[in-house]
Design a protein around this ligand. Structure first.
Ligand SMILES: [Zn+2]
Length: 237
């Protein structure tokens, strides 16, 4: 299992990978799960968390945004580990009522064509996107401190209410604000508002973080993000 450690001894473990990443952050005795993976990965999530938490509750579940592949096990986590769910205000209705979920815009020709095809079979899509509705506990729309070394910042663009968890100003867990699938690019295949997303990259760089853990793929270096930010901020001023 992939693991990272910050100067102030915060530990970050990757809980799921493949279809969608989720992470567990331990800041001393505060446990913070970031995203949940898809519903089908519930067994992996449960086994690992049972092990890590050893009978303790999960302090918080941070949902970077409401897309089905990030929130699939939120309901199970709340029930099993008595966790408090944190999400941005503008995303909350989509986890309370999964059918209301918005489909993001494709950022390139392939994803735009693909989405067009998917929309034509929307009834099937609804089934595919399904997850159990769940009530959030803490709604934010601004910076929000969680523990002595961890805080949330809004990083909109992929969706209106996307946010990132900053650990020790060293590691940022960014959801789909960027992608980690290509070694040459962090640009995600879907985004509601590209110029706003690029500005969020600037905000993430301003935290001083050196490593960016995305919802899909592997970690992005600060060097790559800086390169991409400088390129796209000219294209989308
Ligand atoms: Zn997403």
């Amino acid at each position: 299992m992939k693991k990272w450690k910050t100067t102030n001894n915060c530990e970050i473990y990757q809980i799921t990978n493949g279809r969608a990443n989720s992470y567990l952050v331990m800041d001393n005795d505060i446990s913070i799960m970031v995203d949940t993976g898809i519903k089908n990965s519930y067994k992996v999530v449960m086994e690992k968390l049972d092990d890590f938490l050893d009978g303790n509750d999960l302090s918080y579940l941070v949902l970077t945004h409401s897309h089905y592949d990030h929130v699939g096990n939120a309901s199970m986590l709340k029930e099993r580990y008595k966790t408090k769910i944190i999400i941005q205000k503008s995303e909350a209705e989509y986890i309370m009522n999964p059918k209301s979920q918005l489909i993001p815009h494709g950022t390139n020709l392939a994803t735009r064509v693909g989405l067009g095809l998917l929309m034509r079979i929307k009834s099937k899509l609804n089934k595919f996107l399904n997850f159990e509705a769940v009530e959030p506990d803490i709604l934010t729309n601004n910076d929000h401190s969680i523990s002595s070394n961890c805080y949330l910042i809004p990083t909109p663009g992929h969706s209106q209410g996307s946010m990132s968890l900053i650990v020790d100003d060293e590691v940022a867990l960014v959801g789909d604000a960027m992608f980690g699938v290509f070694w040459w690019s962090v640009f995600p295949p879907f985004a509601d508002d590209v110029p706003i997303m690029i500005r969020s990259w600037g905000k993430l760089l301003n935290t001083g973080s050196k490593l960016f853990l995305p919802g899909h793929g592997t970690e992005n270096s600060r060097e790559l993000l800086e390169k991409q930010y400088n390129k796209y901020k000219v294209k989308y001023p």
